[in-house]
Design a protein around this ligand. Sequence first.
Ligand SMILES: [Zn+2]
Length: 345
Amino acid sequence: MRELTITEKVKKTLQLEKTGYIPVIPTASAFVANQCSYSPKEYEQNPEVFALANVEVRKKFGYDANAVGCFQGVVEEMGKGLIDKSGKVSVNGERTVLKEKDIEKLHAYNIDECESLRIMMEKVRFLKQMDPDCPVMAIADNPSMSAAAMMDGANFYVSLIKNKKFVREVTELLMEPIAQSVARLVEAGCDIVWLPMPTLGGTCMSKKHYVESCLPYNKQFIEKIRKTGAKIILHTCGNWNDRFDVASKEGADALHVSEADLETLKKEYGKKIALMGQVPAAFTMLMKSAEEVYQESLQQCLTAAEGGGFILSADCGLPGNTPPENMRAMIRAAREAERILGDRC
Ligand SMILES: [Zn+2]
């Protein structure tokens, strides 16, 4: 029997199937920039170099996906050129909708003219061409994250309490354009959509407000993305311990967690949704020794990989200056856990 490709192994893991393999997927764009043999300027500006660099570093270390993003092009296109909260002409569209009547000033989104989307699609295509057996994971801000960026964080949070209609209006306006853009990324070859939600967690808003004003849109959005055939990973950034019950039912294939109790999560939700995480990106990956990275990574695999459905990762984006031996130690730990767990993972 032929060996499964990396993409097949990762997809099976996200479908909660055992493969005997524990994928390791860091969100490694900054790390790649540091480790590759290209200049930061080329890496940033040339999509082909971006892909070459990602494939070079991925193969050198042996992790299991190439990440591209984060897509924020809808906010950018709709709000650029408007005056933002600080009184400047906006280039990224952020903080341009402070009052309900600001909505009228927004530009219509023309998907074919979105430069960020065009560049990201190019990166996805190059990655797929250069590293065809490996999944491409596109990072994108979902409608609630985008609404918070467009409305300005503080204004978004106050409106969750005082003017829910305003939050709803902006989020609904962004839904279809973002979903269509992500669908284009999938058409270009992206296998996994990774949705970070750093400002929607327990550190930033109550569960009540999350359930009221974000959850319904997350579900709608995920349902639209599912139709494209891509796998979906929800990155519950920060402390989500009070809301994993709802997050696990939003329709994603996996929860990428941080600051969670993996053992409890695995017990409560492990048969319904895959888990990903959660070696602390800064405190362990960046700051501890390779041996400590190895031990923490191994422990997490042994806690969460039994029965399948676990991807080893840092708990957030991997810092650029993570020591290369720490990345190697993380991957070594996955291989050791596979040896220990055998056909139980
Ligand atoms: Zn994060």
